[in-house]
Design a protein. Structure first.
Length: 271
């Protein structure tokens, strides 16, 4: 069972599942938990190989995005949560797309921050470079290099530093196991429109997310029942770069698209 934390068990409130990015953990959602817990029960999950979740080596089958997605759903089954809202950042958005493909009935709405649907040419070069270096260089050197390329500006420093700091707790073998499946990211999005066009989707992408913004602007339209918002002054990790704006957009979306009634949502965020 993946490591998870439940914040709130009010039967009158719906659940929000939080999925972090590679090398991070559920603590990156602290600004969200503080706001979302006013209106929702929260399930914050640490993905395989992160913090105290099972090592990727512990699985008998080949590790994949589908396996990781099934592990997330196992947590919901364990908690008897049939359906929930999902919020993911970066790698978390990849898993959300995969869960949309295999179990859309478990998702009330989805929010995809810093979403990744395709590996662009620069990303492929970096993956190839990392593949050449992974047996020689420390994994944190590779991770830090990627973090600086993905989040290069001074305005991204908080998110860049947070991810590098949290990643120091991740073992090399766990990082490399995730690294090996990154080239399969595009497969997770292939069937979303076909099987999950009915699920409301909010894509929140930083205007300064130079790696993935171009593709997500196109793919979000194809996902069906989707809204794309670009957050000014933000890079890839939008929930850390611009937490107030992120929270406000998410809560407004849930009010409009979810089953939450307007009077149930308290004022969030920008005040």
């Amino acid at each position: 069972m993946l490591e998870y934390k439940v914040i709130g068990q009010d039967s009158s409130k719906e659940y929000v599942v939080l999925l972090h990015g590679i090398g991070g953990n559920s603590s990156i959602f602290f600004p969200q938990i503080k706001e979302f817990r006013k209106n929702f029960n929260i399930i914050a999950i640490n993905l395989p190989g992160h913090k105290n979740s099972p090592s990727i080596d512990s699985y008998t089958e080949n590790f994949s995005f589908e396996l990781a997605s099934i592990e997330v759903l196992r947590v919901l089954d364990h908690l008897n949560v049939e359906k929930a809202h999902f919020v993911g950042i970066s790698l978390g958005s990849v898993l959300i797309h995969n869960i949309l493909s295999i179990a859309p009935e478990r998702m009330e709405t989805v929010v995809l921050g810093g979403a990744i649907t395709k590996i662009n040419p620069l990303s492929r070069v970096l993956l190839t470079l990392g593949g050449l270096l992974k047996n020689m260089a420390p994994h944190m050197w590779i991770y830090s290099l990627f973090a600086y390329i993905l989040m290069p500006k001074n305005s991204h420093k908080s998110s860049r530093d947070a991810f590098i700091k949290e990643a120091t707790e991740m073992e090399r073998k766990e990082f490399l196991s995730w690294y090996r499946i990154l080239h399969t990211v595009e497969r997770t999005f292939e069937n979303v429109q076909q099987v999950a066009s009915h699920v409301p989707k909010l894509y929140l992408t930083g205007e300064e997310d130079h790696m993935f913004k171009r593709y997500i602007s196109k793919d979000a339209k194809e996902a069906g029942n989707s809204t794309l918002l670009l957050i000014p002054g933000s890079g890839h990790v939008v929930n850390i770069d611009k937490p107030k704006e992120f929270n406000s957009c998410v809560l407004s979306f849930l009010k409009e698209k979810g089953d939450i009634k307007e009077h149930e949502l308290r004022d969030s965020s920008l005040t």
